[in-house]
Write a protein of this length. Sequence first.
Length: 247
Amino acid sequence: MDKMVYIAASGAKQSMQGLALKANNLANANTTGFKSDFAQARSMQAFGEGLPTRVFAMQERPGSNMTSGGVVETGRSLDIAMSDNAWLSVQDASGNEAYTKVGSLNITAEGMLTTSDGRQVIGEGGPVILPVPIEKIEFSKDGTIQVRPQGAPANFLEEVDRLKVVDANNATLEKGSDGLFRAKPGEIVETSANVQVLGGTLEKSNVNPVHEMVDMISHQRQFELQVKLMKTAEEIDERQEQLMRIV
């Protein structure tokens, strides 16, 4: 009886975790550059002091969906989209290098180039610092940054740095809890001449709302099934107790 309850309880818990993951995907359906997460459940034996006679369900995130989202034209000079396997290098909260598809950029009062969520953009020479004030900024296909300082002639553009755009895929990157991607242990990501940067555009989220809603309903029904299984175990236990009283 306890095996039945253990399986049902662990299954219900993992179904709720899968539901939370799918809800997070759905909540980010309109987030620029967001990559949806996969949900996967499998059975695991519980090892302890005795024999591994208990089995529980374990929900895990095997990876993220790396397919590209739709590209929309914004006309904003600080918006960029990158080719399929191209990732923009940024600094995380610890100052380490991480990668993102968020191409909505801003310039701080000090001239630092950052993403819309405040991550400092990395160039070939380190964090990108622009010579503010500037009147115009352009990104070429290879990631080169050109600016026209305030007061310069209209046809003047100065090359100041080049975005560090790396070529990587799901086999080499993993997603962190902060939404940034990093190289998996033992993997190396490098810049490549094959990647392209397109200015004045943004890559949308690759979340399919209909698919996520169907998955959420499936996880909810799995949760209800596990709860019913626990209720059935309770009823069986009560009937066993009644039989013992008769005896």
